[in-house]
Design a protein around this ligand. Structure first.
Ligand SMILES: [Zn+2]
Length: 642
């Protein structure tokens, strides 16, 4: 629809608002009609986005921008139609009213200015493009030029050379975040301007509204504080072990851990350095990467095994189209967005995964995660299109992960032939819990802080001239990690994490890490499991699958608190199950950490230790950088003034 016709149409509707239609049959017919049209419109939009994400070209980007405009128009037109009805005061049932309510929520589509919609869409594509095509040349280490996946990711995971790790860590930030700073500032501004038309103060407030709880911000803060003692114990243990490995010279005296030593580009999961942290090296540790290779696993087989888990508990098989249309491996001949993702094409059948899969234990988990999303899509396909979402965004991620809690147990590894015997000694058990903690506990502050930063940016409490400083305040303060090399406002380290350029809200992952343990406990209780929570495997248990499906099938047709009640009997998020799960490990860590100072200072260290320099030289290099920054800033100012 052209802009003119749309404006005309909207003005007619505005004039007509005084006489709202009250006929119930018309309202129900409207909902039916919306459903058909929305399924088609979404299918078209998702197809165009898929084409771009699996083939980054200027042409595909232009099509996506056009499609964003169409989608915004679609949302606006149908919201206007819905508002012609007096649905609020009608006798429609609660579910029907909820459909109307959601159809009339415009989000970013409320803006009429096409230029703004186009700008937002273009900036998003450009930012994602910078991220997805970033390459770091590490010729001095004989590595050539590496992309994030698999090259840099493997290097961060496997290298134990701190200089090499530092080069990869810094190189990635130079090649991505640093190039985004100006565009990101513009992006924040345009989003905030657009969302005001929907009555929100800023984009962060809009994102939080999806959780349908006025206390959401304080609820997650409370959960974070309840979980902090677990993280502090893990942090102290890991710091001690890493000091043994790398020597104390690399570590600041503020208690922080240098960010490049944790086996991951963002220090968000520490699983890859388990070899340096193994509590009992002589006891059994589950390490299936080698076993997968020995057993001749290939990419397709990984997806088949994941599918078998879901069907074993009575959930859906992947449709034939999944196998034909997904992108399960990285194509050689074109640029793609490798970051793994799950796609719903809104026709009740076409669901796909896009992942540059390789045969490793890590990727095997991601395969289960993405397929978990698809299972959710298929379960709520019985709902009207407007309800085909998770109970809240954290629910979708929680569902994607819940299987991992069963899948990773030694019991399950043994059941699928990836572990020769089931260990039952205390030492192997602590080893297993340590592996889980490096994934699940290590992540918590990271999952919490990303949107603390972004909400603050949207509120304009964090402004472009302190983007990076505030980012590091949070990283140092919450995660207890420190930058391995001096950072300045020339850098833009948030941009080196996919979800910032990709504009994906992040608090959902924190929520997910809490609720998945609640659900795991609920399912294990349901099947009458009596052992320790961390050894429960719901594999092949159709009772567990049926209970899970009951919640999944709701989609967002009810508030998430209702869905939570279906699953757990309670209506709130709770940290107790995750605490219960890890209690044996936490008790053990407290013993190990008796000599350690638990925690770290709230501020980042002012000096960055370097192994090649004495302390004096380190201080000198910091002050040189500060001087450079001032000169650069002044130059910019002068250039702008002229
Ligand atoms: Zn996910």
């Amino acid at each position: 629809m052209s802009q003119f016709r749309l404006a005309f149409f909207l003005s007619i509707i505005r004039i007509c608002q005084c006489v709202l239609m009250t006929n119930m049959t018309d309202m129900r017919n409207f909902l039916k009609s919306y459903n058909t049209h929305a399924a088609n419109a979404n299918n078209e939009a998702v197809t165009i986005a898929w084409n771009y994400y699996t083939n980054i070209t200027k042409e595909n980007q232009a099509k996506m921008t056009e499609s964003d405009l169409d989608m915004a128009n679609f949302t606006k037109v149908w919201a206007a139609k819905a508002n012609q009805f007096d649905w609020k005061r009608s006798d429609l049932n609660a579910t029907e009213k909820r459909q109307f309510e959601k159809i009339t929520q415009l989000g970013f589509s409320s803006v009429n200015d096409t230029a703004k919609i186009e700008l937002k869409s273009n900036l998003e594509a450009e930012l994602t493009g910078i991220y997805s095509t970033g390459k770091v040349c590490l010729t001095e280490f004989g590595k050539g030029c590496l992309e994030l996946e698999p090259g840099l990711t493997d290097m961060m995971a496997n290298s134990r050379n701190p200089n090499e790790l530092l080069a990869a860590w810094k190189g990635w930030r130079d090649q991505t975040g640093k190039k985004m700073r100006t565009k990101y500032t513009e992006f924040v501004n345009v989003m905030n301007e657009m969302i005001k038309f929907s009555g929100f103060n800023d984009t962060g407030e809009y994102w939080r509204s999806w959780y349908e709880a006025s206390t959401f911000e304080s609820d997650v803060k409370k959960l974070y504080n309840e979980l902090l003692p677990l993280y502090e114990q893990l942090h102290a243990y890991v710091r001690h072990k890493l000091k043994n490995k790398y020597g104390t010279a690399l570590f600041p005296d503020t208690g922080h851990i240098p960010a490049h030593l944790l086996g991951n580009m963002w220090s968000q999961s520490w699983s890859n350095i388990y070899d340096l942290l193994t509590p009992y090296p002589n006891a059994i540790s589950v390490d299936i990467t080698q076993k997968m290779k020995d057993k001749g696993y290939n990419v397709t087989h990984m997806y088949r095994v994941a599918e078998e888990f879901f069907t074993s508990i009575g959930l859906d098989k992947m449709p034939t189209s999944f196998w034909n249309k997904s992108m399960l491996e990285k194509p050689a001949n074109r640029d793609v967005v490798c970051h793994a993702s799950a796609w719903d094409f809104y026709d009740g059948e076409d669901v796909r995964i896009k992942q540059c899969t390789s045969v490793t234990a890590d990727q095997f988990l991601t395969v289960h995660h993405e397929m978990g999303h698809l299972i959710y899509f298929l379960a709520y396909a019985i709902q009207p299109v407007i309800f085909r979402r998770g109970g809240n965004p954290g629910f979708h991620e929680g569902m994607a992960d819940i299987v991992s809690l069963s899948f990773q147990t030694p019991e399950h590894m043994h059941a699928i032939g990836l572990l020769d015997s089931i260990p039952n000694d205390k030492e192997s058990d602590i080893n297993f819990l340590m592996q889980m903690a490096l994934e699940k506990i290590a992540f918590l502050p990271f999952g919490y802080l990303i949107d603390q930063w972004r909400w603050s940016v949207f509120r304009r409490e964090t402004t472009p001239n302190n983007y990076n400083a505030n980012w590091w305040d949070l990283r140092c303060g919450y995660q207890g990690i420190s930058p391995p090399v001096q950072r300045t406002e020339q850098d833009f380290d948030p941009g080196a994490k996919y979800h910032i350029p990709g504009n994906t809200p992040y608090i959902r992952y924190f929520v997910s890490f809490v609720v998945q343990f609640q659900w795991h406990k609920a399912l294990c209780d349901e099947i009458g499991y009596k052992g320790q929570l961390h050894r429960c495997d719901i594999y092949k248990n159709k009772t567990a699958g049926a209970k899970l499906r009951n919640m999944l099938a709701l989609g967002s047709s009810k508030q998430w608190q209702d869905a939570m009640q279906v699953m757990t009997g309670g209506r709130n998020m709770s940290a107790l199950p995750i605490i219960q799960y890890f209690t044996p490990l936490i008790d053990w860590l407290k013993e190990q950490n008796k000599e350690e100072n638990i925690g770290w200072s709230a501020q980042c260290p002012s000096n960055i230790p370097s192994p090649d320099q004495t302390n004096n030289q380190a201080r000198l290099s910091v002050s040189t950088e500060t001087v450079c920054l001032i000169i650069v800033t002044l130059t910019n100012f002068l250039l702008m003034s002229m």
